[in-house]
Design a protein. Structure first.
Length: 469
DNA sequence: TCAACTCGCACCTTTGAACAGG
DNA sequence: ACCTGTTCAAAGGTGCGAGTTG
């Protein structure tokens, strides 16, 4: 398997020809991203993380929280998250383990979650950890709230994108980097399958505190109609495990605060975990560790992971469109280019990006000189008023962004990004979901391939099509 | 028949408005 | 008038279990 670092050696620097000022002009190579609460994630990962998806949308737990360094303090960045399938299979839970249950269902409308602080200067992203707490997952393909749509009983992993851009319009010409963490992979479910996951969630999620105390649970159950004997037995099984099996004090957390301060107690907990690990079994077996995950350079032990991924110039208008997904759709799975980069197809797909980057026609992609892009920190911003063709980059569908007069697009943010999104002077507050307001310039047939849900139009294509990676 | 899904419930945390005191 | 701390209710996040669906 090619490690991300291997790929990095090939792709970390865009072709010099495409970068005015030479290959080192952007100093992008130093960006580091680390996952917060890696131990918590690992504890879930070892069992086989499951994430509930519901029609109204469900938060992730653990939620994604990252630390970033190496950004240019005065340059603006946009942070994005999307979910990519780990493989092309659908799964079922069968007797304490996950089994393949057939081919994956067709990809649901792919959405990208935009961090509500975006865009913000590098200093902002680096001064504290960045949380994606409000990101929600749904199985409702008609969702109009901008939640990330997933299929149940499929495996996904989150990807984090850092885009150096003053605003969403600039994304197209911006350098961006993608990071992912193997331990954040999960199976989407509508109800928990693995009781160990349920227990871990209850133990660590403050909102589930009410289910922690066995006595309380007993009372709760007593207040309900008697369950069927089978389910009672299942529950009893769960409770007995809770008491006599693994109740690793090292993992037990009574609240967010408890595990958020866990970095400080890592050394102690590490020892305890080594013991616990042996008690656990992985419902994914070795396949989970070696087969499908994005390769990372995760250092063993408590050191934070630092995953490198390729850097990409968002391609030029002509060469980039969402349809590239179809162009390369013959790949075994959308994620194969990411996670199975050891396969021939994965490598091929990855390499296929290069021409896109290298052939950016300068006249079509008026990439500002480095000074404008932030290489000169706090330098002049991206020239305003320059007519730009945004087609193909932003699969735009206007959606309510949580605040009146603020637009969102296929990138979902629960808040506004007023600084820059405001330039898309949007519909009034009463418009929810807002009508599609893209100027004609931005909605050429080649790009505008959303499909309609009422008066909302969601593109079915990801901002970053899987095969691009 | 059964796995997957939906829905309503009780319990809990979080959030923000209202208020009091310095 | 302003700031800080406290209280309290509403909103929203949880998993559970029964019912529904395909």
């Amino acid at each position: 398997m090619h490690s991300i670092r291997d790929m990095k050696s090939n792709f970390s620097s865009p072709p010099a020809s495409s970068l005015p000022g030479g290959p080192d002009a952007y100093h992008q190579g130093n960006i580091r991203m680390t996952l917060e609460d890696p131990e918590l994630w690992k504890s879930f990962h070892e069992i086989g993380t499951e994430m509930i998806i519901t029609k109204p949308g469900r938060r992730m737990f653990p939620h994604c929280k990252i630390n970033i360094s190496g950004l240019i303090p005065c340059s603006k960045y946009i942070l994005l998250v999307d979910m990519v399938p780990v493989d092309g299979s659908r799964y079922k839970w069968n007797k304490e383990k996950w089994e393949v249950a057939g081919k994956a269902e067709p990809q649901p409308p792919c959405r990208t979650y935009l961090h509500p602080d975006s865009p913000a200067p590098g200093s902002h992203w680096m001064k504290q950890s960045v949380s994606f707490l409000k990101l929600k997952l749904t199985n409702n393909t008609l969702d109009q709230h901008g939640h990330i749509i997933l299929h149940s009983m499929h495996r996904y992993h989150p990807r984090f994108h850092i885009v150096q851009a003053d605003d969403l319009y600039s994304v197209r010409w911006s350098v961006f980097r993608t990071f992912s963490f193997p331990e954040t992979a999960f199976t989407s479910v509508t109800a928990y399958q693995n009781t160990k996951i349920t227990k871990l969630k209850i133990d660590h999620n403050p909102f589930a505190k009410g289910f922690r105390d066995v006595e309380t649970n007993t009372k709760r159950r007593a207040n309900r109609n008697p369950a069927c004997p089978e389910k009672k037995a299942k529950k009893q099984d769960y409770l007995s495990r809770e008491t006599d099996e693994d109740n690793p004090s090292g993992f037990r957390r009574s609240s967010y605060e408890a595990y958020e301060g866990e970095q400080a107690e890592l050394p102690k907990r590490k020892e305890e975990e080594d013991v616990v690990k042996e008690e656990r079994f992985s419902p994914w077996g070795s396949e989970r560790e070696h087969g499908h995950h994005i390769q990372t350079d995760s250092s063993p032990g408590p050191e934070p992971r630092d995953i490198y991924n390729a850097e990409q110039l968002v391609p030029a208008p002509a060469s980039y469109q969402p349809f590239r997904f179809h162009e390369y759709g013959k790949s075994p799975s959308p994620s194969s280019s990411v996670s199975s980069s050891n396969t021939g197809s994965g490598a091929a797909i990855f390499e296929s990006r290069v021409p896109d980057v290298a052939t950016v026609p300068e006249h079509e992609a008026p990439k500002p000189p480095p000074h404008d892009m932030g290489i000169s920190p706090c330098g002049p911003q991206h020239p305003a008023g320059l007519h730009q063709d945004y087609t193909g980059v932003i699969n735009m569908a206007m959606a309510q962004a949580g605040k009146p007069g603020v637009l969102s697009h296929h990138i979902y943010t629960p808040y506004s990004a007023e600084q820059t999104l405001g330039q898309w002077s949007g519909p009034g507050p009463a418009q929810y979901p807002p009508a599609h307001h893209l100027p004609n310039d931005y909605s050429t047939p080649a790009v505008h391939h959303g499909y309609h849900h009422g008066n909302v139009e969601w593109s079915q294509y990801p901002l970053f099509s899987y095969s691009c990676w």
